[in-house]
Ligand binder design. Structure first.
Ligand code: ADP
Length: 542
């Protein structure tokens, strides 16, 4: 027997419709690419998103066509986001931090027909434009006064382009399983892979994100997503915030400590979300200038492991920390480290121990750990295994890749290695390709990195496995020191000694001027392995 409830498709554009109707005057504040602070609200964003839909339709864009955006977090990007989805076209957010050849590869693979681009990235696109045959036109996200001279095909300033639409347009209705958006993983190994979100998966993910123990913002909150719209769906915030009527503060192109601090402070931001490198810059800026953020309630941090020292800095400021884990393939939220009873009463180091885990999933994500043969492993907090997930907002295939990516129970292998404790708290041990295999046992590169950055002179640390004649692999700690600071190999090893098992201690420390990063701000271990491929340990006796 079927239920007798209404057939009401879960469509992304209904979110901005809801925000316009019930939270129409709620502000969306942006540090614009042009410079000044820009203020608008959900009602205006909704009205202009309708014009985007109308303009795209007039330009011949149809259901299922891909429209790319290469843009910072701004109000115009948000309008484009909903306007593209509102006619059943697919909003393909391209990460501008990729190499130009990768950007070209991705646009060609997605067969994007229109590219909406910030002025910042016009020069990059001009260099690759002749390699983009699927693109009919480029819309530059600015007004006429700031429109650059450009050779891009059919280029038009966004403001001129939407001014041609009168906004007398209705959102379209279609099946909730229709594709809404796409995002390519950064492809640090192999070609980038396209994750294709549906309207249904995005809406369900926004419900998950909005639960109190996840992002949990309300209409009384102000959220600043430092995480870009082009990085894994901005962790769902471009959907979850308007669903709740939360005020949005968009940081535009300036993500340095001083600029982020200024917005957090002047806009009285209560919730913010971003990767650890962003928070490192913010904390350094605040410490150097003796600054406070009395309105800030919650910092959500994910994308890579949040170091314990960073968690402590926020906790000491009276700010709650929510360490999150997820991935593009999961829309992206997977788990969040919220303190559930009895852990909520913990203090000091015991509290940090739980906050430092990657946490447990909201309803809508299932997870398990298995061995290489697919056998489930115990949740004892000690046994490492391959972390696998399933849920309505988890990918079941990649765009235009003919391969099964699920196991026989429908779980997706995340490529991460993790433990799960009896309470369901998950801890990422490593990426399966980064874990160091020493004498048949595994050493977590992430744990060593987290510990090393706790040393006051260390700006950033990376650990890679180097071949060892006896142990197969041993850890090499690669360190970038803070500017003007000094520490020797011995100082750093002494600092780590006693805090980890003896056999986990790195065999050597190498100092570098800079640690390379991927386009999503993660340590680029492939480049480090390349850089140190001729290295051998001084103590390595055959
Ligand atoms: P990309 O692979 O394009 O950089 P993703 O955001 O999809 O982008 O990367 C997901 C991966 O990032 C995860 O599989 C995991 O390895 C890592 N990751 C994300 N959050 C955390 C975290 N809190 N701790 C450790 N690793 C994390």
């Amino acid at each position: 027997m079927r239920g007798l409830m209404q057939d009401w498709p879960l469509l992304c554009h209904r979110i901005i419709g809801h925000a316009a109707l019930f939270h129409g005057t709620q502000e969306v504040v942006t540090r614009s690419v042009e410079g000044p602070i820009h203020r608008t609200n959900y009602a205006e964003i909704h009205a202009r998103a309708l014009k985007v839909s109308q303009g795209l339709q007039r330009d011949g864009i149809k259901l299922g066509d891909r429209v790319a955006t290469i843009a910072w977090n701004t109000w115009r990007h948000l309008e484009a986001w909903y306007g593209i989805m509102g006619i059943g076209a697919i909003c393909h957010t391209v990460n501008p931090r990729l190499f130009p050849e990768q950007i070209a590869w991705i646009i060609n693979h997605a067969q994007d027909r229109v590219v909406m681009v910030d002025t910042t990235f016009v020069p990059v696109l001009e260099k690759i434009a002749d390699k983009l045959p699927s693109v009919d036109r480029f819309i530059v996200l600015t007004d006429r006064a700031h429109m650059p001279e450009t050779t891009l095909k059919n280029a038009v300033a966004y403001e001129d382009w939407i001014a041609q639409a009168d906004g007398d347009f209705a959102w379209q209705n279609f099946d909730e399983n229709t594709a809404a958006a796409m995002c390519y993983t950064s492809g640090t190994t192999g070609d980038p892979k396209g994750v294709l979100y549906s309207h249904r998966s995005n809406v369900l993910h926004s419900f998950m994100a909005n639960t109190k123990d996840a992002l949990g913002t309300s209409a009384a909150d102000t959220m600043l997503p430092v995480v870009p719209l082009f990085h894994a769906n901005s962790w769902g915030i471009a959907f979850s915030a308007p669903t709740m009527g939360t005020k949005l503060v968009m940081p535009g192109p300036k993500l340095d400590g001083a600029s982020v601090y200024e917005l957090l402070d002047t806009e009285k931001v209560t919730f913010t979300a971003g990767v650890p490198t962003v928070w490192l810059m913010l904390l350094n800026h605040m410490a150097a200038n003796n600054l406070k953020l009395p309105h800030l309630k919650m910092v959500v941090c994910g994308g890579s492991a949040m170091p314990r020292s960073m968690i402590k800095s926020f906790v000491d400021m009276g700010v709650q920390v929510r360490h999150a884990w997820g991935m593009t393939e999961m829309s992206p939220l997977g788990t969040l480290a919220t303190l559930k009873p009895p852990f909520s009463n913990l203090q000091g180091d015991d509290r940090l121990d739980v906050l430092q885990t990657q946490g447990y999933p909201p309803y809508g994500v299932q997870m398990k750990i298995t061995d290489d043969a697919g056998k489930e492993l115990p949740w004892d907090g000690k046994t490492f295994g391959r972390l696998k997930v399933s849920g309505p907002a988890v990918a079941k295939a990649y765009f235009r890749v003919d391969a099964n990516i699920l196991d026989e129970d429908g779980y997706f292998d995340t490529g991460d290695v993790a433990t799960i404790d009896p309470h369901g708290y998950m801890r990422i041990t490593d990426r399966s390709k980064d874990v160091i295999k020493s004498g048949g046992e595994w050493i977590s590169s992430i744990d060593l990195e987290n510990l090393a950055v706790g040393h006051p002179a260390v700006a950033e640390a990376a650990v890679i496995g180097i071949h060892h004649p006896k142990w197969d692999e041993r850890p090499l700690l690669i360190v970038q020191l803070k500017q003007g600071q000094n520490a020797s190999r011995e100082d750093i090893l002494k600092f780590m000694d006693g805090k980890i098992a003896k056999w986990w201690m790195p065999d050597d420390v190498a100092f570098v001027d800079g640690i390379p990063h991927t386009a999503t701000g993660k340590i680029l271990k492939t480049a480090l392995r390349d850089q140190f491929k001729a290295y051998s340990f001084p103590n390595a006796a055959a």
